[in-house]
Each structure stands twice: as structure tokens, then as C-alpha cells.
Design a protein around this ligand. Structure first.
Ligand code: PEP
Ligand code: MN
Length: 341
């Protein structure tokens, strides 16, 4: 349920409501707006106790209204948190006015490759560097990533450029090591419903990009995000990366309708990954523009010094100069939607 307090409610009033919720086994998520304070209560009281508690709270003079939450994802839902969430990462803020562009190779392949890419994407205006050290590959015979050595190279790339690092964790057993380097953890499409991994990442306070499962509905995706938030990690960024459809011309079908849809349903920032969405270099630019127009807070773009020699996702990675052209082409759209890059 959501408890909306009158504008004049004091900190003491908020504490009183939080206390009453805790007595009844609820956790409270407090959101202080300019006009009023809203508390999201998360717990498992059964009817009719739930109704009884709601009635008791309604009688408090500083409570304006108590609203039951109907959505199955309470913490993720906009019902309990009407303001969009912003997530600070390094010097930047995800979900703020500034568009966030995460760029870099699919996989960290060598020192030269990652350091050169990092310098190039930074020069072109990227906000963060991406690169997989642990790679979730469909075939067990494909390159699985440089693992720890890849993490060390990402750390070096951050030292050289100052760019925050986005990198994927594929296994709970690697989490501690990945956390030493990642400014944002990535949970990939194949792990969207790996509930053990979601729960472990939920215990961390490092922001996380949760990619949409390639066959996941929006509701399943939001419930996966709820796993993270229910464990206390409130720094969740959703990322649409294309879903499976009957179409085979593109690698996936980038579901841009998901961007305004999840923005209606949740307060979380939303990114779009047109590289995996399309799987084709030539489509990355147009889809990036469309994603921004649809309201995306950020983009994930694969960039490689020599895409044709990439050990993974060779078809979709941009060259650094293609990326620089893309960055300048974004500007008019970014400005048209009232943002900056
Ligand atoms: C990636 O970002 O390199 C990746 C593996 O993405 P996805 O999980 O969307 O396939
Ligand atoms: Mn990739």
C-alpha cells in the first residue's frame, strides 16, 4: 500500500508511520517530494489485517490517503514512487537531464583494444565504458571472456580515462571480483531470471543494468527488477535490448514501445541497446535516434577498433569513427526532447 502524507507532515510524522508499518512487519520506502511525502509499504499482511492497518493509518491527522497497490511489482512501480528515479554514478547521474551513453566493445580482448577504445569513446563524448570480462556465450566453444585479466584491464581503462565501468556478471561466484571494478553491474538477457544471481546482486548497493530477457514480457522483466529492489538494491536501470520474434533479418526485434511503456509503469531509468537489438551495424544509428525520441535515458553501444576482427558480435560493433559520427547525430534529437548529451 501507499501512504500519502499531507504537505505539512513533519519528519516526526513520517517516523510515526514508518514505526507503525514496521510493527506490522512492513518495510517502508520513503519518497519525499516537494509537495508531499509518500511512503511505499512492502510486506505480506493478509486481508483483513491489511485493511485494518490501512484504516488505522487513514485516521492519523497528517495522512491524506492510503492507497492499495495492485501491481505485483511494488517497489518498481510508479504507484509508490511517482517521481522518476535518478542514480548517481561517478560524476554523472543516470536518469537526469543528461543522456547517458555507455560505449565500448562487446568483450575485453586485449590491453591495446580496450585502452584504445576507451580513449576513442571518451573523445567522442561517451559517458561510460562498457566491456565484458565474463561473457555469457550461447555456445560453450565460443570465447568466454578474459575473466579476471579482463577486469584488470577495465580498471586500467578507468584510471586512464576516468570513465565509469559497466561490466557483466554472469555467476554469483564471480560477483565479489566484478564488484571491485564495476561502477555499474550488467545483468544480461540470459540471466534476467537467474533468481540466485538477482538476489545476490540485490544485496549489493552498486547500480545495476538489468537487460530484458530475450523472451520476457514487460511484466516478467519488472518482476525481475523487483527481486533486486526487494533485497535493497534500489539502483536499478532497465535496458531494452531486443526480443525474439518471427523476424530473422535483424538479430532481435528492438521493442521501442517498451521504453514509454515501462516509463508509465515504473520510476526506473530506461536504457536501450540498439547493438544487440538489431545485430547490424547499419541500424545502430537510426535506432539510437528513435530510442532517444521514445524517451530512453541512455544507450548501450558496442564499439570496437576493428569490428571485423572482434571475437564476438562482429556484425554489430561500430568503429570508433562511426561512433563519433553517431554521437554528433544524436544532438538535435537529444535537444528536441529537452535533454543534453
Ligand atoms: C552484451 O551486452 O554484450 C550482452 C551479452 O548483451 P545481452 O545480454 O543483451 O545479449
Ligand atoms: Mn555483445
Amino acid at each position: 500500500m501507499i501512504i500519502i502524507l499531507h504537505g505539512a507532515a513533519t519528519d516526526q510524522n513520517v517516523d510515526e508511520v514508518v514505526g507503525k508499518l514496521r510493527e506490522n512487519g512492513y518495510e517502508a520506502n520513503v519518497s519525499r517530494g516537494v509537495e508531499r511525502t509518500i511512503l511505499g509499504a512492502v510486506g505480506a499482511l493478509e486481508e483483513p489485517q491489511k485493511e485494518l492497518l490501512a484504516e488505522r493509518l487513514t485516521t492519523l491527522p497528517f495522512v491524506e490517503r492510503v492507497v492499495p497497490i495492485l501491481k505485483p511489482y511494488k517497489l518498481v512501480s510508479r504507484e509508490g514512487h511517482p517521481e522518476p528515479s535518478t542514480i548517481p554514478v561517478g560524476d554523472t547521474t543516470v536518469g537526469g537531464r543528461r543522456l547517458c551513453v555507455v560505449a565500448g566493445p562487446c568483450a575485453v580482448e586485449s590491453r591495446e583494444q580496450i585502452l584504445a577504445t576507451a580513449a576513442d569513446v571518451k573523445a567522442a563524448g561517451a559517458t561510460m565504458l562498457r566491456g565484458g570480462a565474463f561473457k555469457p556465450r550461447t555456445s560453450p566453444y565460443d570465447f568466454q571472456g578474459m575473466k579476471e585479466a579482463g577486469l584488470d584491464l577495465l580498471r586500467e581503462a578507468r584510471q586512464q580515462t576516468g570513465l565509469p565501468i559497466v561490466t557483466e556478471v554472469v555467476d554469483v561466484r564471480d560477483l565479489e571480483r566484478v564488484l571491485e571494478v564495476a561502477d555499474i553491474l550488467q545483468l544480461g538477457t540470459r540471466n534476467m531470471q537467474n533468481f540466485a544471481l538477482l538476489s545476490a546482486v540485490g544485496e549489493c548497493r552498486t547500480p545495476v543494468i538489468l537487460k530484458r530477457g530475450m523472451s520476457a514480457t514487460i511484466e516478467e522483466w519488472l518482476k525481475a527488477a523487483e527481486y533486486l529492489m526487494a533485497r535493497g538494491n534500489h539502483f536499478v536501470i532497465l535496458c531494452e535490448r531486443g526480443i525474439r520474434t518471427f523476424e530473422t533479418y535483424t538479430r532481435n526485434t528492438l521493442d521501442l514501445s517498451a521504453v514509454p511503456a515501462v516509463k508509465e509503469l515504473t520510476h526506473l531509468p530506461v536504457f536501450v541497446d540498439p547493438s544487440h537489438g538489431a545485430g547490424k551495424r547499419s541500424l545502430v544509428g537510426p535506432l539510437s535516434l528513435a530510442a532517444i525520441a521514445a524517451g530512453a535515458d541512455g544507450l548501450l553501444i558496442e564499439v570496437h577498433p576493428q569490428p571485423e576482427q572482434a571475437v564476438s558480435d562482429a556484425q554489430q560493433q561500430l568503429t570508433p569513427s562511426e561512433f563519433a559520427v553517431l554521437m554528433s547525430s544524436l544532438r538535435p534529437i537529444v535537444e528536441a526532447v529537452g535533454r543534453e548529451v
